[in-house]
Design a binder for this molecule. Structure first.
Ligand code: ATR
Length: 274
């Protein structure tokens, strides 16, 4: 029986066991996928032990994604560019690390707004770990200009330098001027959520009517950011599909079958208490 895991610390809120469990059951595969809490100080040893463990691979989540990046034998191209690993598997005894977050993001957009790929100018709000995967995905999709807008300008500048000439960094108060030229905007921050500074919520009314708006947060499904875009009649895509799609390549590697992201799966995950 093939066994996979998701590791993080803490790990109890992860939806990945239910997601992979749904597919294992749906396809009648004799395998397992379990949550394994590993404290940060034990994570390197956990990785060292993997090749001789009962597991064929697994997912890595907060706070271990960067440590996994630094400690695997081989990285895929996405992980190299993003600087973080969310998927582990073994190949000839070697521990391999990949990043499927950018894939998951793009696949979600392709499912619900495939025309997003026709865009030329994008805005990414935020410059943290999640933003790195999104910037990589947006550049891969062919955008000619990616404007990284962040509360702390220096972090946006660091990412713009890392990802190259098509990226430009802006402070938060530079956002308003960019909107009228934008085809696609993605939020990776907690703007508008409880406890955040209400004055930072942008006025999206100057976006072109054809602009596509998305958020990588999926609790709530309609974030305050998406709500304001919906109120303007703009096309929006919620972040749940990114979670579902990023799981596909890992499942295929561990269990040998490429699973489908269906409405049934989406409804099942939505129905779980958070
Ligand atoms: P993640 O891995 O989710 O991206 P992170 O690395 O902590 O987490 O990054 C969080 C991002 O959200 C950052 O861009 C952060 O802005 P700063 O770099 O200025 O800290 C942004 N962020 C967090 N809380 C925010 C808020 N209340 N308003 C605006 N931006 C916020």
């Amino acid at each position: 029986m093939k066994k996979a895991f998701v590791t993080g610390w803490p790990i109890k809120h992860s939806k990945s066991p239910m997601l992979h469990g749904f597919w294992l059951k749906q396809y009648g595969i004799k395998g397992s996928y379990e949550a394994k809490g590993v404290e940060p100080e034990n994570f390197e040893q956990f990785l060292k032990d993997l090749p001789t463990s009962e597991f064929v691979g697994g997912n890595v989540t907060i706070p271990h994604k960067e440590a996994a990046f630094a400690n695997v034998d081989q990285l895929d191209e996405a992980a190299k560019a993003i600087g973080a690993v969310n998927t582990l598997w073994l190949e000839d005894g070697k521990l391999c690390g990949g990043n499927t977050d950018a894939y998951g993001f793009s696949a979600n957009m392709d499912q619900f707004a495939p025309e997003w790929r026709e865009g030329k100018k994008a805005i990414v709000l935020g410059a943290g770990g999640a933003a790195r995967a999104i910037i990589y995905a947006v550049l891969e999709a062919g955008f000619k200009e990616v404007h990284i807008v962040n509360r702390t300008l220096e972090r946006a500048e660091n990412l713009a330098t890392l990802f190259g000439a098509n990226c430009k960094a802006h402070p938060w108060d530079g956002l308003q001027d960019l909107l009228s030229q934008t085809d696609f905007i993605v939020n990776t921050t907690s703007i508008g959520m409880a406890g955040s500074d209400a004055s930072m919520m942008p006025d999206l009314s100057t976006l072109p009517k054809s602009a596509i708006v998305t958020d990588i947060v999926y609790t709530p499904l309609e974030t305050p950011f998406l709500k304001s875009a919906n109120a303007l009649g703009l096309k929006t895509v919620d972040g749940l599909g990114m979670l579902l799609h990023q799981a596909v390549p890992g499942f295929e590697k561990w269990f040998g079958l490429r699973p489908e992201v269906t409405d049934e799966l989406r409804d099942y995950i939505l129905g779980l208490s958070s």
